[in-house]
Write a protein that binds this ligand. Sequence first.
Ligand code: PGA
Length: 250
Amino acid sequence: MPERAPILAANWKMHKTVSETEEFLDEFLGNVPDGPEVVICPPFLALGAAVARCADGPVRVAAQNMHEEAEGAFTGEVSAPMLLELGVDGVILGHSERRQYFAESDEALARKVPVALDAGLEPILCVGENEAQRDSDETEGILTRQIEADLANVGEERLGDVVIAYEPIWAIGTGRTATPEQAQEAIALIRGLVEARSGEAAAAIRVLYGGSVKPDNAGELLSQPDVDGALVGGASLDPGDFAAIIDAAR
Ligand code: PGA
């Protein structure tokens, strides 16, 4: 198996203005532990400031959503060429909050993921079951349906370039983390689904865990063999906490 470089991504959701983003980065960038890849995902309006602050260092910047068309009559939306011009490197797609509150569908994601890849943006595709689905043993079916549908238009040769984040909805923002065993089991299942299409892609693809990752639980979660990093929400808003999580991944 090739070594997969861990990724620690900060999903700020609708937090931080431009000046708050600059303030965070002024403190954070001097203290980023070496080793893992680090990605900051601020709101659209703060992307330019984040790119400017991160310009000469290893920390990358990604958006939290993107429309699949390059331009058009889609009020309120942002496209891949717009993100690229700013110097953005990647984009979170299919976060459960977008699926739940903004009706993001698997059909839309099947269009967005290849558009991001073709544009040169690294997609971080989020999948995961809710609490009722886990309680009724539907986790495997949900993950299978999401992975198959959302990656349907990605060719085998590009599959390994996608980043997947397994984010059980019941663990997001709740303080209730999946156990390391639950995270490992679900992520191994996701890798198995990729393997059914390409063994090479399955060995290369990075699959992250997300859901209440904190400095004190990150080490255990990240030490699981199939867990290649984390997508961190709440704890990534504090530069010291996020740096501590990155440190735990080393
Ligand atoms: P959380 O969010 O770390 O606050 O649970 C994770 C996410 O939604 O990506």
